[in-house]
Ligand binder design. Structure first.
Ligand SMILES: [Mg+2]
Length: 588
């Protein structure tokens, strides 16, 4: 009897331990399965990512308070996965504040992509949150993020075979009209620029750049000359690009308000957001900020002192953060507008997919290019309309005719005007250099410190280890994460009279039936009014300030609210960059 009891006792204990062991085993297996399912393990088909620089030339150089831009070298990012290719673009820009996330010049963007892309080729385009977490962990600059973000969205739309605006449930039948921009110029030059715009674009809105270093009287004279040619019913807005003082901005807001201006953009320099509150109380015009707003973290500072924000994809880091910014701003009662830098049709079409959010649009940079290689959203009755094509709906068509017939003004008068700009205002030219790199499965297979003369005639269906024939070949097979050492230093610009024409010689004779009515065999000359051998767009030349005659008395300064600095992260060297891990969480 005792033996039977003992056996039963031992059997029960053994059974209990077996049950616990089995239960533990099941738990361990379940945990391993869950962990495996959430790990960002390398995709069996790594993304192939290729970046290709391309230079676009403006029909008419654009001068704002900080400088003049005649050309821009942008980056075309091609992401291939599962036989589908998504495209993105990055363009250089500056907001004129040394401590902001600027300037983002082309070479800096390319170097950032050089170092970063190898860290995400193991993902798939479906892994947006993980890729974005990597971008955040590496503190990738916003223009580089934009190129990746746009390519992923283009890929996803093509995979779903739907345009992005439709996938997001946004409308495109009641979009705001897009404005065309008149840069700082002489009154006569600015007036003529408007007429040239109206000759090729059915503009329903005009944005006038003020904040001239020549002073407020020069701003007023130029404004009056432009509005004299504005068609009836067209809206007029003003962007000072931070070129005014608080007193000047208050005075100009009343002066412009009396003349029917729709809104006033970035009246004060970036970094002076505290004074925006004083201007907000005084201004009869709606105030928008551009340089002062990058992403949704800026909204709490701005919500009580502006009426709206100008969103640019190069500032936000792409479409997903732009949508977050839209919804954050709208939740605070702010209006939305979309703008651009020297973006081609590719990036402006991406922004057009979000146009339904906007009260105002200023997506005109591609309309002022002689050699935009892309086609996408089309201008219809003043509105930039994205197409029904899947993804971004952008095609590569480098055979773009020059616009010099319609813009004879550029060839005939710009030299005189730029001479005035250079001599009277000493406004510097903004230039950028670039390089190229090709990435396949995390390996940099091509990089060049030389300026490529053109992009290939056909977009490559998939990245190839072979360089395009026109690119100088300097293969560096094992450079996954280090910035390319071949990137050139900032080149010293040549004086204006010695600048050679840079238009591609192969521009075809046929005009674009959409925008450019007539071609001309003579390309517009490359004009960069560089008055000084040192070209730095961040440097705003100092001019003898002319007191505005009607400026109100100085308002006693109030203690400025504390402005939180942009979030910073510890410096991470490329060798220390973490690999994809389950620790990265979505930012949504
Ligand atoms: Mg602006």
């Amino acid at each position: 009897m005792v033996e039977c009891f003992t056996l039963s006792f031992y059997f029960s204990v053994l059974t209990a331990f077996s049950t616990v062991w089995l239960f533990s085993l099941v738990l361990a297996l379940a945990a391993a399965f869950l962990a495996q399912s959430t790990l960002p393990h390398p995709h069996p088909q790594p993304m192939q990512i290729r970046i290709q620089p391309f230079t676009v030339h403006k029909c008419v150089p654009l001068t704002i308070s900080r400088g003049t831009t005649a050309t821009s070298t942008n980056l075309w990012l091609q992401l291939e996965h599962e036989g589908i290719e998504g495209w993105g673009e990055a363009s250089p820009f500056t907001v004129g504040h040394p401590q902001m996330k600027s300037p983002q010049r082309t070479e800096a963007i390319a170097q950032a992509l050089d170092a970063f892309i190898p860290h995400i080729t193991g993902f798939s385009p479906y892994d947006y949150d993980l890729i974005e977490a990597q971008m955040e962990a590496h503190q990738l600059i916003s223009a580089a993020r934009t190129a990746i973000d746009l390519a992923i969205h283009d890929w996803l739309g093509k995979k779903a075979q739907q345009p992005l605006w439709k996938l997001w449930g946004l409308r495109r039948d009641h979009l705001a009209v897009t404005s065309v921009t008149i840069g700082i110029n002489t009154p006569a030059g600015a007036h003529q620029r408007l007429l040239d715009w109206l000759a090729v674009v059915d503009a329903k809105a005009i944005k006038i750049k003020l904040g001239s270093p020549a002073g407020l009287e020069a701003d007023q004279a130029m404004f009056e000359a432009v509005v004299a040619g504005v068609p009836a019913g067209a809206k007029v807005s003003v962007d000072a690009n931070g070129g005014w003082t608080l007193a000047g901005a208050i005075a100009m807001s009343h002066w412009l308000g009396d003349r029917g201006v729709t809104y006033l953009e970035q009246p004060l320099p970036v970094g002076q957001e505290a004074d925006l509150y004083k201007l907000f109380k005084e201004s009869p015009l709606p105030l928008f900020v551009d340089e002062s707003c990058f992403n949704e973290t800026d909204i709490p500072i701005l919500a009580d002192r502006v009426h709206g924000i100008n969103i640019k994809l190069m500032k936000t880091g792409g479409l997903t953060p732009a949508r977050r910014l839209c919804e954050t701003a709208q939740a605070q009662g702010l209006q939305i507008m979309f703008g651009c830098y020297s973006d081609s049709t590719l990036a402006n079409t991406a922004a057009a997919h979000l146009s339904a959010y906007a009260t105002h649009l200023d997506l005109d940079s591609h309309l002022n290019l002689t050699d935009d290689p892309f086609r996408g959203a089309t201008l219809q009755d003043g509105c930039l309309i994205p197409s029904d094509q899947p993804g971004l709906g952008v095609t590569y068509e480098p055979a773009t005719p020059p616009m010099d017939t319609a813009y004879n003004f550029a060839a005939d008068s710009i030299a005189e005007n730029t001479e005035w700009l250079a001599d009277s205002l000493a406004i510097p030219a903004v230039e950028s250099t670039f390089t190229a790199g090709t990435f396949t499965a995390g390996t940099l297979t091509a990089g060049s410190g030389e300026i490529a003369p053109e992009i290939p005639s056909e977009p490559a269906p998939a990245p190839s280890p072979e360089l395009p024939p026109e690119l100088p070949s300097e293969p560096s097979p094992d450079l996954p994460a280090e910035p390319s050492p071949e990137f050139p230093a900032e080149p010293a610009p040549e004086p204006f009279p010695e600048l050679p024409p840079e238009l591609p010689p192969e521009l075809p004779p046929e005009p674009s039936p959409e925008i450019f009515p007539e071609p001309s065999p003579e390309p517009p000359p490359e004009i960069i009014p560089a008055p000084s051998p040192e070209i730095d767009p961040e440097i705003v030349p100092e001019f003898p300030s002319e007191p505005f005659p009607e400026a109100p008395p100085e308002i006693a300064p109030e203690p400025p609210p504390e402005i939180l600095p942009p979030a910073s992260a510890p410096e991470i060297s490329p060798g220390m960059l973490p690999e994809p891990s389950p620790g990265f969480s979505p930012r949504l």
